[in-house]
Write a protein that binds this ligand. Sequence first.
Ligand SMILES: [Zn+2]
Length: 154
Amino acid sequence: MEFIEGPRPSACFFCEAAALPQGQEAERLVLARSPRALVLMNLYPYSNGHLLVAPTAHVADLEELDLEAAGELTALTRRSLRALRMALSPDGFNLGMNLGQVAGAGVADHLHQHLVPRWSGDTNFMPVLGDVKVMSEHIRVTYDKLRAAFDALS
Ligand SMILES: [Zn+2]
C-alpha cells in the first residue's frame, strides 16, 4: 500500500491525468474516472475512438494491482464499450495490454488497457497494437461525442 499511496512520479502521463482537478478532464482527453481507475483517449490512436483504461495507482503489472482496482478497471472497460457503441457504432473491439517495453508498451511502468473499436471494412490486417495510425475524425470531435455518451451512462 505504501507503494500505491506514495508520491507519484510527476512525469507519468497516467498519474498526471488521474490527478487532474475536477473540470479539467478535457485537457488530457479524460472521459471518465472512478476512485481507482480512469479512461482517456489515446493521443496517438490506432483507430478513431481508441481508448486507454488505467488504474490510478502507478503499477506496472497486473499482478501488482489490488483486486478492487482491477474490478474498477473492468467496470470502466465495460462502460467504455457501452459509450463507444453509443457514440461510434463500431462492429467489434480489440482489447489488450502490453506488459513491458519489449511487448510494445509505450508507457511501460503504468499499467493500461487498450480498447480499440473496429468497423467492418476498416484497415484489414492492421496490426492491432502496432504502429499503423488511422485517424478519420478529429480527436476533439470524437472526445466530445464520447464524453456525452459517458456522461449519459454515469
Ligand atoms: Zn503513473
